[in-house]
Design a protein around this ligand. Structure first.
Ligand SMILES: CC(C)(COP(=O)(O)OP(=O)(O)OC[C@H]1O[C@@H](n2cnc3c(N)ncnc32)[C@H](O)[C@@H]1OP(=O)(O)O)[C@@H](O)C(=O)NCCC(=O)NCCS
Length: 216
């Protein structure tokens, strides 16, 4: 693919961004996972995914609602606004539903420009994008998130982005996620206090040296 992708193109042709990746884990060897854009037909599976999330996961990955209304809102947003949502499914066990939801935002709100500006980092909507991952509880810590990251970086590059930064930062107490981000090349650029009076880290990842993942 040599041209810069658009969200409208992906809404029309979601298979353009299908990635089949092997998830090598000690629990289930070499599970074949398809990482693909969310589609309108996912609403039931997305409802089940949101409803399944534990209080601990909800505390790290905040939504307005974790129910059918929330799932319908995300499906209705496909191809509109500035968001791309990718999901992961087990190709050998599709009945398992959605294993993960990884989100991109290609618009950068003024608050992020301001906060990063305080760190001396100038964000550019044409070169940078926001990213936030959530893996289903029973799949966390099994290598799935890591298996999806090369494709995640590849997608950002296909949208013409050269850096990825965390959508809303990551809570300082979310040690697992911070270790995950560090492992995948994100660097802390600063800390800020959230509306609920907690400390969050802003982290950014340069994509210049990221090797491309293979699309199906
Ligand atoms: C953060 C998250 C996306 C990571 O995905 P994952 O599939 O669980 O991560 P992986 O199994 O690929 O682990 C990769 C690395 O992350 C870190 N990590 C993952 N789980 C961890 C845990 N429970 N404790 C400490 N480190 C952990 C480790 O560095 C690990 O590398 P290692 O296996 O070599 O030790 C996932 O755990 C998640 O969705 N958590 C809940 C929601 C959330 O916190 N989202 C981020 C909001 S900012």
């Amino acid at each position: 693919m040599c041209h810069t992708l658009t969200l409208a193109e992906i809404a029309l042709e979601p298979h353009t961004l299908w990635y089949d990746v092997r998830n090598r884990t000690p629990l289930r060897d070499a599970t074949l996972v398809r990482y693909r854009p969310l589609v309108a037909e996912d609403v039931d599976d997305l409802t089940a995914f949101l409803e399944s999330l534990s209080p601990a996961t909800r505390a790290w990955w905040y939504r307005d609602s974790y129910d059918r209304a929330g799932a319908e809102a995300l499906c209705a947003a496909i191809g509109r606004y500035d968001k791309l949502r990718m999901v992961a499914v087990d190709l050998q066990r599709p009945a398992e539903g959605l294993l993960a939801l990884f989100e991109f935002s290609f618009g950068i709100p003024p608050g992020d420009h301001f906060r990063y500006g305080l760190y001396g980092v100038t964000l550019d909507e044409t070169r940078d994008c926001r990213f936030g991952p959530c893996v289903r509880d029973d799949w966390q810590g099994r290598g799935l998130g890591s298996a999806l990251m090369p494709a995640t970086f590849d997608i950002a590059r296909h949208f013409g982005r050269q850096r990825v930064f965390l959508w809303g930062g990551v809570y300082a107490e979310n040690h697992a996620a911070i270790a995950f981000y560090r492992k995948h090349g994100f660097a802390e650029v600063g800390r800020f206090c959230t509306e609920d009076d907690r400390v969050s880290l802003d982290m950014i990842r340069d994509l210049v040296d990221t090797s491309s993942a293979r699309m199906v």
